[in-house]
Write a protein that binds this ligand. Structure first.
Ligand SMILES: Cc1cc2nc3c(=O)[nH]c(=O)nc-3n(C[C@H](O)[C@H](O)[C@H](O)COP(=O)(O)OP(=O)(O)OC[C@H]3O[C@@H](n4cnc5c(N)ncnc54)[C@H](O)[C@@H]3O)c2cc1C
Length: 396
């Protein structure tokens, strides 16, 4: 009989892993604690390294109607709106990095992944299934659910996000680090914003101790806003926390009218605390392995958390399929292949956040003038800085 994987968490990483493994003949069972999948969401940018894999595993056709391809990646000053960088992306992405750069609503991506999975294996996804622990067995590993039921498999994949119960059991209790930043998130129909709609790009608005990012989802008809603001502490870690509009308006007081219009017109603003964790010494214990945010949570300033979880899913499947000496050895090979790259993305994400938050005029001039000069006179050089990330081709 073909091997069976128990996947804890039906987020982007867990569903991607389920699809990749199904395509290689594995039986999969995804256990998701939420009663309903994809209740809440916001915009995500999926760079070419992620799109290549989504294409290979048959998910892209289901995203076509909802995705948006930004013309360029921009950096603007948050208060004046002055443009520092306008790097063409739509025209160059496929040629340079092998696939498109897209923006998509998380709900649409989750729906596409779920549909693809149910085509491959109907009933693989079980909602309302909270996993509390795992145990190693002779044939593989079991998970125990909150209702005390037990599900057995040959491999358990902990794709259960930053607060992963699987990671906690494997590596001991700790809390992820509060990075000193919170994120506001909102979605607003373009039609509601009129002339004050932010540009149809991936636009980073830099400012003192804060920055914003505007993108488009739902085929370009909805603006996605993320506003990242330094804050000394954070009590609630719940990403569903609804923040007051007043708070967001005060955080971005005096900013470009396009940013203020988005906040003003938002029906709901969600406030998240941003957490990360130093690279972990291991991602697996015998027949149990971590993937996505449970293994390497990162700041969103490279727009890579979801993309890296898709890469994890693909590489883990490749390792399990290659001729390793059993599942633990394949998990070890997966860790070896992934740790350097994900640690680098974590590090560059943290650096980017600092770059977008320069607080004094000299620091801004020192950092932003070279960006402006490079973007104007040598855009190819700026694009080349992303080759290691977007150009990665894991498809074999
Ligand atoms: C403001 C912001 C903007 C972002 N923008 C981008 C972007 O543009 N591009 C990008 O690539 N990434 C982005 N990210 C990062 C991205 O959202 C995450 O990295 C990604 O969602 C991680 O996916 P995951 O599947 O590993 O974890 P999650 O999405 O957290 O999924 C984990 C799943 O496991 C379930 N679960 C948890 N515990 C249990 C349990 N015990 N039993 C059963 N189920 C459980 C959860 O309910 C959840 O469904 C952004 C993040 C933030 C905060």
């Amino acid at each position: 009989m073909s091997p069976k994987a128990i996947i804890v968490g039906g987020g982007i990483g867990g569903l991607s892993a389920a699809i990749c493994l199904s395509l290689m003949g594995w039986r999969v069972r995804v256990l998701e604690q939420a009663a309903k999948i994809s209740e809440i969401g916001a915009g995500l940018q999926i760079s070419p390294n992620g799109v290549k894999i989504l294409d290979k595993i048959g998910v892209m056709p289901r995203l076509e109607v909802d995705l948006f391809e930004p013309e360029s990646i921009e950096i603007r000053m948050g208060i004046s709106g002055r443009r520092l960088l306008d790097l063409p992306i739509k025209a160059v992405a496929t040629h340079r990095w092998g696939a498109r750069y897209i923006q998509i609503h998380r709900v649409d991506l989750i729906a596409a992944l779920s549909t693809r999975l149910s085509e491959l294996q109907g009933n693989a996804l079980q909602t309302g299934a909270k996993v509390t622990s795992y145990r190693q067995t002779e044939e593989g590993a079991d998970v125990v659910l909150a209702d005390n039921s037990v599900v057995s498999g040959n491999l358990v994949i902990g794709a259960d996000g930053i607060h992963s119960a699987i990671r906690r059991q494997m590596l001991g209790p700790d809390v992820p680090r509060f990075t000193g930043n919170i994120a506001w998130r909102a979605l607003v129909p373009v039609a509601r914003l009129g002339d004050l709609a932010p540009p149809p790009t991936g636009c980073i608005w830099a400012g003192r101790h804060k920055h914003a990012v505007t993108t488009r989802v739902r085929a370009g008809t909805v603006v996605n806003f993320v506003g990242i603001v330094e804050q000394t502490n954070w009590q609630q870690e719940n990403w569903k926390t609804e923040g007051a509009k007043k708070g967001a308006l005060s955080d971005f007081q005096g900013w470009d009218p396009r940013i203020l219009a988005v906040i003003q017109e938002a029906d709901t603003l969600h406030k998240w605390g941003l957490f990360d964790r130093a690279p972990l010494p291991q991602w697996h214990e015998k027949h149990v392995v971590l993937l996505g945010d449970s293994a390497h949570p990162m700041l969103p300033s490279m727009a890579q958390g979801a993309v890296q979880s898709i890469e994890d899913a693909y590489v883990l499947t490749q390792c399990l399929t290659a001729n390793h000496k059993g599942i633990p050895s394949a998990c070890s090979a997966y860790f070896d292949q992934r740790i350097k790259r994900t640690a680098r993305v974590q590090q560059v994400s943290a650096q980017n956040l600092k770059l977008f938050h320069k607080s004094t005029l000299p620091a801004q001039l020192f950092s932003y003038v070279p960006i402006w000069v490079a973007g104007k006179f040598a855009p190819g050089l700026v694009q080349r800085r992303n080759d290691w990330l977007y150009g990665e081709n894991l498809i074999s």
